[in-house]
Design a protein around this ligand. Structure first.
Ligand SMILES: O=c1ccn([C@@H]2O[C@H](COP(=O)(O)O)[C@@H](O)[C@H]2O)c(=O)[nH]1
Length: 267
């Protein structure tokens, strides 16, 4: 569905949702597809978000990643030129290819770990046998799916404490496993709404209870794009979409906290 005026469309979304969301995640592809005019609209949109919702995190969904000398330029573009707070990256070229992003210690770097699309299983679920030494274990290498190895391995890239992971809401069981390996790491969870991901199971399995069992800081970012921006092209529609998602997240996490509290904080 072409949008006649991208700037006005985005402004209406921001106005309607600024009190309801903690972050905005423009997907760079949609702006690049419109050429220079699209990039100008992205620039104006990010400026509008900064002005209107100054506390919101601006996360670029760009899934960048290349050899390190090229990643230096991708990181400069995302953080220095565009001024994003965080970016999604592709880690399958290995840790050193991402260090230019992690070197920006005041910015977040969300590594795709288990994506939300149906084809995710084609590679990410393949069982691999990482070197035992790499795993920091004795004996022979332990077998695990590739996405799980990504979760384990990525903690080595987190010297600056700015690692995040991306795990789709379409695979809550894999999310549970990733969370087990990665306490304290923020997880971006796309895939609710249009992709049919499971919100309740994702909130339950993704919440971070590493602090004190009460999940003071759940460390999850639930993403809904089409569920909000195409909810109904009106201010009420955008706000309703965001409000419904917020309501469901709060209900689920509160129920989870209560259950855990009743069990004496056991996670
Ligand atoms: O595994 C992934 C990683 C990124 N995405 C991106 O998130 C949004 C989801 O859009 P919806 O309209 O809420 O389905 C989109 O920009 C994807 O590129 C993802 O879906 N899955």
């Amino acid at each position: 569905m072409p949008i006649a005026d991208v700037r006005a469309f985005n402004r209406a979304i921001v106005d309607a949702t600024k009190d309801l969301v903690c972050a905005y995640k423009p997907n760079i592809a949609f702006y690049e597809a419109l050429g220079l005019e699209g990039l100008a609209a992205l620039r104006d949109t990010t400026a509008y978000i900064r002005k209107t919702a100054p506390d919101a995190v601006l996360l670029a969904d760009a899934k960048r990643g290349d050899i390190d000398s090229t990643s230096v330029k991708y990181a400069e573009a995302m953080f220095d030129y565009w001024g994003f707070d965080a970016v999604t990256v592709n880690g399958y070229m290995g840790g050193e290819s991402l260090s230019p992003f992690f070197n920006y210690s005041d910015r977040g770097v969300f590594v795709v770990c288990r994506s939300s699309n149906p084809g995710a299983r084609e590679f990410q679920d393949i069982i691999v046998s990482p070197d035992a030494q790499e795993l920091g274990m004795d004996g022979s290498g332990q077998k695990m799916p590739l996405y799980e190895w990504m979760a384990v391995r990525s903690s080595k890239w987190n010297a600056n404490g700015n690692l995040g992971l991306v795990v789709g809401a379409t695979s809550p069981e894999q999310l549970r496993i990733v969370r087990e390996h990665c306490p304290g790491v923020p997880i971006l969870i796309p895939g609710v709404g249009a992709q049919g991901g499971e919100l309740e199971a994702s909130v339950k399995n993704g919440m971070d209870c590493s602090d004190d069992g009460m999940c003071k800081s759940p460390n999850i970012l639930i993403n809904s794009s089409r569920g909000i921006i195409y909810a109904d092209r009106s201010a009420d529609g955008f706000a309703d979409g965001a409000r419904m998602l917020q309501h469901d997240c709060v209900m689920t996490s509160t129920a989870c906290w209560r259950r855990r509290a009743r069990r004496g904080n056991a996670v």
